[in-house]
Design a protein around this ligand. Structure first.
Ligand code: SF4
Length: 454
């Protein structure tokens, strides 16, 4: 077997593109200086992608010098799709509880999903829902207790700040009290869902009916005070500007500084992902053309920018440089696909996120990437690291460096690897159209009287 070494795959630090920032980037890489918001902006606008990747990779290797990169096996359980909010980027929610496809899962349905997860070696659930006013606090407390009793080894990573703000309203009790009761019933950590972009001007336009950015941050601070770790997220590629993104990430760094100094828990990870437009109301807005020469600016939410792989990787690398107090950055292969997800390991991510048994929210918006444990391990190993299964606290459960590793198992004769991701017929048709456009000039060249290229 060929062994890869990331030193070979990544250009050494002294190779550069010729771009030099107007400040000492090496002090930032070495952890001796903090990237300022103005420097973030400068790098976003001027630094070549490859430089951002090299610098972010250097930070990632300083924080994670280990010879492995991690993933977790979990299952998303969306216990209800009935929701009081009207997020314009969401294709999952049903505002009308009487809609034919509105649902709330029974306890038995949820337990069955967890049983299936445990049977494949899964260790945690990510349980989130819409914000359903019909469910009393007893629904949640009994559910959490039931899961803890039936599956004591399964980590419950559940709900999100917008849900807690609505729980507080539905149950008429402070957020801290809801958190305390849920924690007593079995909730272990709080995922960072619903972070989107904190800025009010953006949030009020894409997430009507959902908590403000300050409320989101306050819920997480309450969770940290109670000793519950959380994760942090950011959604890019909709109506937000770069200033909105910097403002978002600045709030996270400040709150994390506070948590690390004053609370028993903090943000364990940061994950950003890109808006997926299909079936969402926001998709009706006009799209910004990046080749127009006109910079993207905030226009009260009338234009959507959409984020491609370049934009995703730039923000990942900049997040790694800026968030010096958040230890783990996850790759978002669910929205970006397996190959960009793999490339993310070279742009600041140290974790591949989860081998998900189920995902409903992103797939409702038209993106349906699925990766098995074998494929995640393969992506990590091909990048030069040993794949390792972790738990929610980023502790390694299994290092896959032996012949029993999921990606090194010999396949029985005649069994071929499954497709890496599903592709819709529409996307396949589009792909063929692109192929034809590219191949047309080649045919023309071949038929040209000038055969000097042949
Ligand atoms: S994103 Fe979440 S809060 Fe917003 S409408 Fe969808 S389910 Fe509700």
């Amino acid at each position: 077997m060929i062994e890869f070494n990331t030193n070979v795959l990544i250009p050494p630090m002294h190779h550069h593109t010729g771009y030099r920032p107007g400040f000492d980037i090496h002090a930032v890489i070495d952890g001796k200086a903090r990237l300022t918001e103005a420097q973030f902006d400068e790098l976003y606008r001027h630094a070549p992608l490859i430089d951002l990747g090299r610098w972010a990779m250097a930070v990632s290797r300083r924080l994670h010098p280990e010879d492995y990169r991690t993933y977790v096996i979990d299952r998303n359980i969306n216990y209800t799709n009935i929701c009081t909010a009207r997020c314009t980027f969401c294709a999952f929610k049903r505002n009308d509880p009487e809609a034919h496809d509105a649902y709330t899962l029974s306890y038995d349905q949820i337990y069955e999903k967890i049983r299936e997860l445990v049977s494949i070696g899964g260790t945690q659930i990510l349980m989130q829902g819409g914000m359903n006013p019909a469910l009393p606090i007893s629904y949640y407390e009994q559910l959490l207790r039931g899961i803890r009793e039936k599956f004591p080894s399964v980590h419950i990573h559940a709900f999100s700040p917008p849900e807690f703000v609505e729980f507080s309203r539905f149950f008429n009790m402070p957020v801290a009290e809801v958190l305390k009761r849920f924690k007593a019933a079995g909730l272990a950590t709080v995922p960072g869902g619903g972070g989107e972009i904190f800025s009010d001007r953006v949030r009020s336009r894409i997430g009507p009916g959902k908590c403000s950015g300050d409320q989101w941050l306050d819920v997480m601070t309450e969770a940290h005070k109670l000793g519950m770790h959380t994760s942090a997220t950011m959604l890019i590629g909709h109506i937000e500007t770069i200033e909105d993104r910097i403002d978002h990430i600045r709030h996270l760094r400040e709150r994390q500084d506070w948590a690390l100094a004053n609370a028993p828990a903090h943000y364990t990870a940061f994950i950003h992902w890109t808006y997926q437009p299909d079936n969402t109301p926001l998709d009706n807005k006009r799209k910004w053309n990046p080749d127009s020469g006109i910079p993207f600016e905030f226009d009260n939410g009338r234009t959507v920018r959409l984020a491609d792989a370049n934009e995703y990787l730039r923000m990942l690398a900049l997040s790694r440089l800026y968030l010096d107090n958040v230890r783990n950055l996850q790759s978002s292969w669910v929205t970006m696909g397996p190959k960009i997800g793999q490339l993310a390991l070279f742009f600041g991510a140290n974790d591949m996120g989860s081998v998900m048994m189920e995902e409903n929210v992103v797939s409702s918006a038209g993106t349906s990437f699925r990766l098995s444990e074998e494929m995640i391990c393969r992506l990590i190993r091909d990048s030069g690291w040993i794949p390792a299964q972790r738990n929610q606290f980023y502790n390694v459960l299994k290092r896959h460096d032996g012949p029993q590793s999921p990606d090194l198992q010999p396949r029985p004769a005649g069994v071929f690897p499954k497709r890496q991701h599903e592709i819709t017929p529409e996307a396949a048709a589009q792909y063929k159209a692109i192929e034809l456009t590219i191949s047309a000039p080649r045919i023309a060249n071949r038929e040209s009287p000038d055969k000097t290229n042949l």
